[in-house]
Design a binder for this molecule. Structure first.
Ligand SMILES: [Zn+2]
Length: 283
């Protein structure tokens, strides 16, 4: 009996020793792991600070270069035209417009709405700028409130992102920023929020007048669509009914080429063509 009790006691004490040894080993290992983890965290934090600093540096240099580029263009009197197409894409007109642009090796800016989204990709793939013109383009809907406007804008933004991978930051108000289809306080609040969220809206300073009716004669579109200012932001439409815009496009391009214009796309860094001015920064 004594032997058995002694045996059990021995087993228990050995187990206890083993357990405490394991605990000590575990604690030491844990402390070491924690130390190396802390070291890794410190290193990562360090790396993050350095990366952010260099990103800031690159961004500043980039902004400076963009500014210099715009100044140089102005000094040299370089003439620039931004061809813009609203209310598309449409299967009957947009591919023809893209073909013409491709043939001329020039790029345009497409202010799309939420229709035929599978056509967004070709626009982007061929080097054009894709921009937001709201999803529904329904004045009553988009201009009902600030939240309604942004819900519609985000819906289109997400669709463009999904179809092309592009997160567009250039927008155009349905009807332009001087539209009277929205109350002044709502418009101002929309402008402030756009600014805060890094969006730049673009109106136009040259109107082809293809929105004045359907099948506007080609001659009229060419006459109105070729303007004599150094920087031209030309409003056109690739909506279903705008077939004469397609017919006029090559003539418009030829006229600008003959005048020595270069063709560019609209980005957030482009000169701003705004009927209602956007503040430089959000307030
Ligand atoms: Zn429109």
């Amino acid at each position: 009996m004594k032997k058995i009790i002694g045996g059990i006691a021995l087993i228990l004490s050995l187990a206890g020793l083993g357990y405490s040894g394991f605990t000590i080993y575990g604690a030491a290992k844990g402390a070491l792991e924690k130390k190396s983890l802390n070291k890794q965290i410190t290193e990562l934090k360090d790396k993050k600070v350095k990366t952010e600093a260099s990103l800031k540096d690159v961004t500043e240099k980039n902004n400076k270069l963009k500014k210099e580029y715009n100044q140089l263009r102005e000094q040299r009197g370089i003439k620039v035209v931004y061809l813009t197409f609203d209310d598309g894409p449409t299967p009957n007109n947009t591919p023809k417009i893209l073909d013409i642009l491709k043939k001329n090796n020039i790029k345009g800016t497409f202010f799309v709405i939420g229709q035929n989204p599978d056509m967004y990709k070709r626009i982007v793939d061929e080097g054009h700028a894709i921009a937001i013109h709201t999803y529904s383009h329904e004045y009553k809907q988009v201009y009902a409130s600030v939240d309604a406007f942004f819900a519609d804008l985000y819906k289109l933004r997400d669709l463009i992102k999904e179809k092309t991978g592009v997160d567009p930051k250039v927008t155009r108000f349905p009807g332009g920023s001087s539209t009277t289809r929205v109350s002044k306080p709502i418009k101002q609040a929309i402008i402030n929020r756009l600014t805060k969220e890094g969006y730049v809206y673009q109106d136009w300073n040259c109107d082809s007048t293809d929105a004045s009716g359907n099948k506007v004669p080609v001659e009229k579109l060419v006459k109105n669509g070729v303007c004599n200012v150094r920087e031209v932001n030309l409003l056109m439409h690739d909506a279903y009914a705008k077939t004469t815009t397609v017919e006029a496009l090559q003539k418009i391009i030829d006229a600008y080429k003959a005048k020595g214009y270069i063709f560019e796309t609209l980005t957030v860094d482009s000169p701003k063509f705004q009927h209602v001015k956007q503040p430089e920064s959000a307030n």
